[in-house]
Write a protein that binds this ligand. Structure first.
Ligand code: ATP
Ligand code: MG
Length: 344
């Protein structure tokens, strides 16, 4: 069966939106609008898998929404909403909790990293996070999912869940006239020169909202001075930039900065090295500050303007949630029939 092409993705309202979220995810979300029907979610139910202050969560939810809009996502042509307003996410996640196997979840590296040494004390939600993520995508029977490199493993799990659901319920799916497959196997779109932006302090660690060091990341709310300071302080090695992309492999900090530069400019690492190969980091960093400030400051200003009007942002989310709910409700009716739940 041919599925309608549809894009779904999400960002957690866990505070401190950063350059990695922008280059790896939100900028890609915006680009896909030209070619696909897109659904972009603020995944507040994922956020509470680690503790969120209830007084801060609504603000963080509005901030991610503002970032979507400020980066050019059009909430009228596409759908922008927050996850907890559409009950199908939780309902389908429960079905998927019963489809996914413990062994599959045990392999997830994000859980291991986030739970750390104190696994026994991690929330159950953090453990089944990938099942909820599969539900987010498949509730809309989405075919394409733009994400950063760190989410690749979860996307593979979503495909495994879709496949197992299609197999386990195959007879019922055919009996209800959906052909051989009810869910598509969603494809990750991991694109651009910065699919895994690393910390500015440690080239082996992902830039992350939850990193305690603010110096590790460029926030979408940082002003020009903060960006300049963080870039100039970013960790590097003592050698000039290489001419050849291959030489970046052994130099994680250099690789990261070149990748950030390329993705921000919309070009390749090779192009950047054509221009800066042989240059000292000080010169390269100056050019990088100019580039980042030019790119980010209009976004930061627009986010500030939008977040000053919470009622407007909440109206965008209400409208998007109603439209998402209509699609989700149809999927859930079919899922309930396929699984054998009595419904009225
Ligand atoms: P948290 O630390 O709370 O998990 P996060 O920074 O990982 O926050 P998420 O909301 O989990 O952000 O992820 C949103 C999107 O941003 C995902 O598609 C993810 O792959 C992408 N992303 C996150 N960090 C990076 C990064 N450093 N480089 C590229 N993409 C990233
Ligand atoms: Mg994350």
């Amino acid at each position: 069966m041919a599925f309608k092409q549809r894009v779904f993705s999400g960002v957690q309202p866990t505070g401190n939106l950063h350059l990695g979220n922008y280059l790896g995810a939100i900028a890609r979300f915006a680009a896909l609008q030209a070619t696909h029907d897109c659904i972009y979610c603020v995944v507040d139910m994922h956020a509470i898998t680690v503790w969120q202050d209830p007084a801060e969560l609504p603000k963080a939810t509005r901030e991610v929404t503002a970032a979507y809009l400020a980066c050019g996502i059009d909430p009228k042509k596409h759908i922008v909403f927050n996850q907890s307003q559409v009950s199908g996410h939780a309902e389908l996640a429960w079905v998927f909790n019963c489809v996914a196997r413990l062994g599959w979840l045990n392999r997830m590296t994000q859980f291991k990293e986030k739970a750390g040494k104190d696994r026994e004390n991690a929330s159950v939600g953090l453990y089944v996070y990938p099942d909820l993520m599969a539900a987010d995508i498949l509730l809309y029977r989405a075919t394409h999912v733009p994400v950063g490199e760190d989410q690749k493993q979860h996307l593979e799990l979503a495909r495994d869940i879709a496949q197992k659901f299609n197999n386990d319920f195959g007879d019922s799916i055919r009996a209800h006239e959906h052909g051989d497959m009810f869910f598509p196997l969603p494809e990750p779109l991991i694109q651009g020169a910065a699919t895994r932006v690393m910390s500015l302090r440690d080239g082996t660690k992902k830039m992350s909202k939850s990193d305690p060091s603010d110096q590790s990341r460029i926030n979408l709310t940082d002003d020009a001075d903060a960006i300049a300071l963080k870039v100039r302080r970013a960790k590097t090695d003592p050698h000039p930039l290489p001419q050849d992309v291959k030489e970046l492999e052994a130099r994680p900090e250099a690789d990261n900065l070149v990748g950030i530069f390329a993705a921000t400019k919309g070009t390749s690492k090779a192009d950047v090295l054509n221009e800066f190969g042989g240059a000292q980091f000080s010169a390269f960093k100056n050019a990088m500050v100019d580039l980042l400030v030019a790119k980010l400051s209009p976004i930061t200003a627009e986010m500030r303007r939008l977040t000053a009007d919470p009622a407007y942002i909440e109206s965008v989310l209400a409208d998007g949630s109603a439209r998402a709910q209509a699609v989700a409700a149809e999927t859930m009716r079919h899922v309930k029939d396929i699984v054998g739940f009595v419904r009225s």
